[in-house]
Design a protein around this ligand. Sequence first.
Ligand code: HEM
Length: 268
Amino acid sequence: MASTISTPQASTRLLPWSARAWFLAALAGQWLFATYIAWTLVRPLMGADAASVDGTRLITGYIQGDTAGNAMLLGHVLAAAIINLVGLLQLVPAIRRSYPSWHRWAGRTFMVLSLLAAISGFYMVWVRGSRLSDVSAAAITLNGVLILLAVTMAWRLAMQRRFAEHRRWAIRAFLLVSGVWTLRLGLMAWVIINQGPNGNTERLDGTFDSIWVFGCYLIPLAIAELYFRAEKGGRAMQFTAAGVLALSAAFTLLGTFGAFTFMWLPHF
Ligand code: HEM
């Protein structure tokens, strides 16, 4: 058995399989998040019941008379719902091959909405003052700056038809845009593993919080670099990347379970 596992074919096959496992776990998590955002935030903000969003976990939420701030919030969560719905599908090679025009249009939509989400996010943190703590404001601001960079790079490289580099930058953009989702999954997985808060505060400035507000997008970026190297690397690199992706899939499942059960479901 050990000799079968250590053949080069096994390591080459393990990598895509662990990537698929992560993909399926992430798809469930992102679509549940999109459903939560659409139903609990977008729907009331677009209707007559806008103030009801203040019963959720928002920091500021809806404020009567603050037309600009409320519009930014609506634009932000509407963009977030669509991004979480279409983003992952862009990574599927079969969809890219069979439906290239869908890939192009969904890609443009994803990129424009990511820029809108980042810019409206800057407004909410720095103009409207929606922030839990200085460390979380700094982390989400860096996340937003990196989103602008990665989206611009992915877009330019696609227009220049440099598709191998475009793919890498698009994956980075996706992971950065998914930072807010990964943040929630990580917090919930952490609380489940510790059977309660441990280094967490309501203001998101406990020891674990202060590391994870940056880690939720920097760690996925590091794992993506490992994956890119493993695609061209030797057996040891491929086994390592496959193991890390398998762990990421387990983390994503646990985090999705936690976020859905404790953060999203109570608001439906
Ligand atoms: C582009 C990726 C982003 C996505 C998908 C996203 C998604 C979301 C979602 C779904 C919410 C509602 C949270 C909830 O109810 O649990 C939210 C809130 C918020 N986001 Fe983002 N976000 C993104 C980027 C950013 C950036 C870059 C910033 C700041 C620079 C930011 C600032 C905020 C703020 C301040 C709130 C709270 C608004 C309030 O409480 O009124 N977001 N975001």
